[in-house]
Design a protein around this ligand. Structure first.
Ligand code: ADP
Ligand code: MG
Length: 265
């Protein structure tokens, strides 16, 4: 039997901090590193889906159908133009899932239960969460092995973080004891401002922060309108290099002990 994949939830209840950009480009970078990767769009806005070129007319079954039990996860998987990268897309329908599932006794474990039987062929699964701590994010946290938290270095960033960590602790206690926060990813980083440095230092004082930092880079914001991860849009851009570096860091963490990566020249 193929080993089960590592499942990462990319979560932060704040909107516009780079969750979707991180999900899409980390998933594409892992796929570029020869890892079979599944991106699951858990946000009704569907930006992760369109970010890998999957739009409404081509979506027959979405995560909504999976969560309400109308289709299996496998039936909703679509392959992308990135080799080894597949996506389970989301559409606006997904808003209804939050309401329709509210009385279901297994409402928090729907995604986990849907993923488990169908993800054995993948090495990584990336769950792009919506900007709230509602039922969809809860499902992602219950289904995940690790949480990755994109964070923009701005004044109120830390307040939201404390609340997110408390939520993760509650999910650990109630559903998923092995859930761990793998780290904070600093996104849209602009090293020219002193506020950025202050916030980054403070975050590093409290939480694990990835060494790879994602700079503010216009290529990252342009690529989605072409339906492509930045690697297929401008592979030499600072944004693409940032996410490749993040993927390498994650691969290093998960490498079996004793097989250290050879230092890169
Ligand atoms: P979230 O999913 O957390 O709401 P997004 O990933 O959609 O956030 O990012 C919000 C906006 O910022 C998008 O328009 C996106 O293209 C842009 N963006 C994200 N990361 C970067 C970056 N590193 N540099 C420039 N623009 C970025
Ligand atoms: Mg998003």
């Amino acid at each position: 039997m193929a080993p089960s994949p590592l499942i990462y939830a990319v979560a932060n209840q704040k909107g516009g901090v780079g969750k979707t950009t991180t999900s899409v480009n980390l998933a594409a970078s892992l796929a570029a590193a020869e890892k079979r990767t599944l991106l699951v769009d858990c946000d009704p806005q569907g930006n992760a889906s369109s970010g890998v070129g999957v739009r409404r007319p081509n979506i027959e079954r979405s995560l909504y159908d999976v969560l309400i039990g109308r289709s299996t996860l496998r039936e909703s998987v679509i392959s992308t133009s990135v080799p080894r990268l597949d996506v389970v897309p989301a559409t606006q329908d997904l808003v209804a899932a939050e309401i329709e599932l509210v009385d279901a006794p297994d409402r928090a474990t729907k995604l986990r239960d849907a993923l488990r039987p169908h993800v054995a062929g993948y090495e990584y699964v990336i769950l792009d969460c919506p900007p709230s701590l509602g039922l969809l994010t809860l499902n992602a946290l219950v289904a995940a092995d690790r949480v990755l938290v994109p964070l923009q270095c701005e004044y109120y960033a830390l307040e939201g973080l404390t609340y997110l960590m408390a939520t993760i602790d509650r999910v650990k206690a109630a559903f998923n004891p092995d859930l761990g926060v793998e780290g904070i990813v600093l996104t849209m980083y602009d090293g020219r401002t002193s506020l950025t440095h202050q916030v980054a230092d403070e975050v590093k004082g409290h939480f694990k922060v990835f060494d790879s930092i994602i700079p503010r880079n216009v290529k990252l914001s342009e690529a989605p309108s072409h339906g492509k991860p930045v690697l297929l849009y401008d592979a030499s851009s600072k944004g693409a290099q940032g996410y490749l570096s993040l993927a390498r860091e994650i691969l290093d963490v998960n490498r079996p002990k004793g097989k250290a990566a050879r230092p890169r020249p």
